[in-house]
Design a protein around this ligand. Sequence first.
Ligand code: ADP
Length: 544
Amino acid sequence: MLFDQALAGNGAFAGRIGLVIVIILAFRTLSLLFGILFGTIIAKLAAKVAFDLKAAVFTSLQRLSLDFFMRRQTGQLMTRVNNDAQELQYFFVDGLSYFIVNAMNIIGIIAVLLWMDWRLTLICLLPMPLVFWLVRTAFPKLWRLSWRRHRKVSALNSIISDSVRGSRVVKAFGKEQVEIGRFQQANDAFSGAEQRFNKWSGTVFPILNFLTQAGGILIWAFGGWYVMQGRMSFGSVLTFVNYMMMLYGPIQFMNNIIGWWSNCMAAAQRIFEIQDAVPSVAERPGAVSLVTMKGDIEIDNVSFGYEPNKPILKQVSLRARPGQMIGVVGHSGAGKSTLVNLVSRLYDVTAGEIRIDGVNVKELSVASLRRHIGIVSQDIYVFTGTIAENIAYADPDCQMEDILHAAKIANAHDFIQKLPDGYDTEIGSGGYSLSGGEKQRLSIARAVLHNPKVLILDEATASLDTETELQIQEALDSLVKGRTTIAIAHRLSTLRQADYLVVMDKGAVVEAGTHDQLMAREGIYRELVRKHDEALKMKGEIIA
Ligand code: ADP
């Protein structure tokens, strides 16, 4: 219109350039306003979608049982919650909306072009079959290269996370150079994969660009010829070419979205794997909820294996009556921890039954089971937060007095008071570091506050100095009072107040009885005690 009707001086808009410009401006402004509206809606939507996705993945993750976490790398699971959710959001919010916009653009523009001159349109679409052929042949190769790059970058990440988390071991063995070497190897592999990918995409995309733009060149040729013949006005040819140019962006986008799509599908697959995973330990519908628990534990002919056909426990039976303390002893790897994991139903038995107060644990609601069972285990996890928050983990709404009371019983009050900020001292990653003995007392305080009816003690193997050991022993003595306790102890002295002891070997109970009864027999227990005493004596001699 600007050329043919305003500038040429004989059309409807002759001499009214100002008006044409105003109309153009008005359309541009309208388009700008829509752009801003679209931007604000998308901004909100994108954040909301990412928020929902992360929440969904994290919630599904929490629902899963321990074995799921044991079989996977921490870093990999973290990526799934964060990056993969982001990846999906990019595609479905940004990608999909632009896909619709661009698809409409392509259809609209081609329709306008056909309407303006179908012959010219067909000419400018002439290179299209070639473009499709190239996309079909070159893109699968590009995807493969992109996947390989993805795998290499994952490998690189896991080396970084390994050496950061294992920095203590790396330093202790002076293996910095080895780590650098390992990193460089992975870095090299990634760099190679990246180069190959970029080389291919650097070849394919310019050719694609050339082919799409070749259409434009053909238009100039044929359009120019039309103008000279007087079959078409110069303005129409310009408009035509401009519309053609507007096609490039959307077509380019369509090329890119194929890559996005494959990334998004891979991320979705990883997320669905979490969402679709069935927790191996699930609550039955209509599970029984116990308001109070007496703490009568019966382990009845229980067999169990972490993997099929690899039995770890074989027909184990034992009974702990309310308030009793049972000691479980045996060599390392005998299956003691496995047995107590079954009582708190971190795993489910393969055969046999575990009953608490006469009810099969599989019939109990998970909440009531966890409410009444407390575990003080070897791996003490300190969450990021204050000491008080860590102690109050079981009941964040409890009073400060309860926390103080628990800390005092656990013999932790004294050391906590000496910390820079007392109970408000930040611990966990990046915070104040507690010693092994301090962490143990913290975990005992956690259990005191939880106040469970059934207590499981899975004692740390790490040996502590005599003073700390005494303090921990005292704390444990107060903790077990009034509760049914199953205790695994490496320091056999811990078990002096046990009502009876169970000796395990290779996943089976081989001896049971009181300390005196077992000592009277020439069995495994007596041998364990003898070795234990010898070790203590040696330790004493070394210290002396
Ligand atoms: P203990 O507590 O007596 O030292 P455990 O119960 O920890 O013995 O281990 C018993 C056996 O079970 C060991 O052979 C160990 O390798 C195996 N085991 C322990 N945990 C797992 C697991 N999560 N997955 C597979 N095997 C395991």
